[in-house]
Design a protein around this ligand. Sequence first.
Ligand code: SF4
Length: 317
Amino acid sequence: MDIIQSYCGTGLKAQFHCYNGSLDDALEFMKMNHFISFTGNITFKKSDGLRDILKHIDLNHIMLETDSPFMTPVPYRGKRNEPSYVKYVAQQIAEIHKLSLEDVGRITSLNAFRFFGIGNAPKTSFTYLLENSLYINVTNRCNADCTFCRRKEDPFLRGYNLGMKKSEEPTAEVYISEIGDPKKYDEIVFCGYGEPTIRWDVVREVAKYVKANGGKTRMNTNGHGNIINKKDITPEMKDIIDVISISLNSYDPKQYAELMQVSETHFDEMKNFARLAKQCVNKVVMSVVSLDEVEIEKSRKVVEDEIGVEFRIRTYF
Ligand code: SF4
């Protein structure tokens, strides 16, 4: 638990200006909740190594800066830098992360607000677009309280504000109207900073709409849906949820309980949920977060050999 607690941090945030360090250091800084900031240096011809690092920088931790009058980006390299050239730094980030310039603007503006307090937090997004999947921000509530979860103090993701009070949670109709034609998206994903099965009735109604209109659905869950709803909800997922993604978090019930701050019995309940879900949906995926103290191979064995579903590793930041 010591390592986990050190990840939780002290609330101190730092910005690593004009980043030119190693990938390992950058990954450590992000685990500590710090920000990695780039200037015109990522546009230079000889900066392939830095651009490789940039690929691995989580967008929740990225900032751009002018560093004017220095570090002039290509195509003005060699001339005096000025703030308006920051768009070339943004373009490089957009290209590497396969985003639009608008995405980079939204993400880095929010990160500047989170770090410096400049501007305002954006309005809560009930739905949010990542690549071509539309995510449904169902709730901020959760029955667990994971040590690595940001939902309370920092509910932001890729420039979107996912924080909401219970009284602000929208109805199924609001989500349906924001979705429109679900065929426009690769999939509709029920996932925010909270546990979606807490509002299973709303998820079910929206999922029914999506399937009736030719879309695909995925629900990301902690696998406690049957405990939360005090009944087996997996048969209700048949024909309306295509993929269930469950956070395994650890192969060890004790560590699982410590990480999620739930009782150890939740571990067996979660595995049982996965087995039941397997009978009712097309695909079940179980994942662990890449924390140093989580034994990946033992977790993989539980998922693949014991439960017989797909295993995935999630990056921790
Ligand atoms: S289960 Fe998910 S939403 Fe709930 S506390 Fe853990 S990480 Fe946060």
